[in-house]
Design a binder for this molecule. Sequence first.
Ligand code: 13P
Ligand code: SF4
Length: 320
Amino acid sequence: MFTSTLLPPKTALPSDLFGAIADLKHELNAVILAHYYQDDDIQDLADYLGDSLGLSQQAARTDSDVIVFAGVHFMAETAKILNPNKLVLLPDLAAGCSLADSCPPDAFAAFKAKYPDHLVISYINCTADIKAMSDIICTSANAVKIVNQIPADQPIIFAPDRNLGRYVMAQTGRDMVLWQGSCIVHETFSEKKLVQLQIQHPEAEAIAHPECEPAVLRHANYVGSTTALLNYIQSSASQSFIVATEPGIIHQMEKVAPHKRFIPAPPVNNCACNECPYMRLNTLEKLYLCMKHRTPEITLPKATQQAALKPIQRMLEMSK
Ligand code: 13P
Ligand code: SF4
C-alpha cells in the first residue's frame, strides 16, 4: 500500500521546482490545497493549508479549473465529489489512508443492514463508497457539533474511526454503534512514553488529535483537529507543548509561534511511525510532475459521486 506510483520515464526536473510549479499553476489555472501532514516544502507553496474540514470548504468554493490536492486519496476524492467537472490531481495515487482501508464497502453494507433505524455518520477519512452509504459526513473538527445536532432519540452508527467515535461519545454523552477502524499513525503513540515526557517537562501542555487511543487522550490538556491544535498553541499561555499527532503540523506551529517549543509525542517503538506513510508519499517532485502531465487524476463513477455528495453537503451546512 505504501508503494509509490512510478514517475513518468525520462522526465527531466527543472532546477527551480518552486518556480516551475508557480508557472504551471498559472498555466492550468490551478489551486494547490495541502494538508498539514505534508512535507514542509509542500506546505510552504500551498495556496491553502488546512485540516480536512477547511480543505473541503476550500474545495467547495474554489473557482480554479484544476485542483491539485497535496494530501491523501479520500481528501482529493472529496474535492472531486464536490467538483465533478474539474480536474482533480493527486501527486501519488498510492497516498491512501489506513482508516479508509479499515472500512471495506461490502462489510460496511452488511454492518449497516443490522441497524436499519440508525443514522450513519461517517468520518471523512473513508472512501467515496462509504460516503455514498452515509447520511452525514463529519471531520475531527466538527464531529461533536454534528452529533449534538441529531435528536437524542435517533440512534447513530459512527464509522470508521473507533477512537474519534469514543471521543465523541464521551463529549456528547451519546451512545453510538461504532465501526472498529483506526489510524496506524495515531495508534502508535505510547501512553507510557507520553507520561515519561510529561514528568521530564512538567511545564509542557500535552495536545492530541482525537484519533489517538483513549489511554493517550486522557493525559492531554487539549484535544482537537489539526487546525484546532494550531489555534490552541497560539492562544495558550504555555511556552511548550507535547504534540500527539503527525509531526508535519509542527512546521506550522513553529512558523506561527517561533518562540515556543514543540516536542513530538513518541511512538511505541523507536521508529518514524508517527509520520503518516501515505501522506509522505507526496513530494515536491511528484507535485510538479502531476501538474506537468495532468495525471494522476481522481475519477469516480457518476452514481457514487452523486450519492456521496449529499452527506458532504449536509456536513458543510451543519458546520456553519
Ligand atoms: P484533520 O481533521 O485534523 O485534518 O485530521 C485528518 C487526519 O487524517 C488525521 O489523521
Ligand atoms: Fe489516514 Fe492516519 Fe494518515 Fe490521517 S494520519 S491520513 S488517518 S493513516
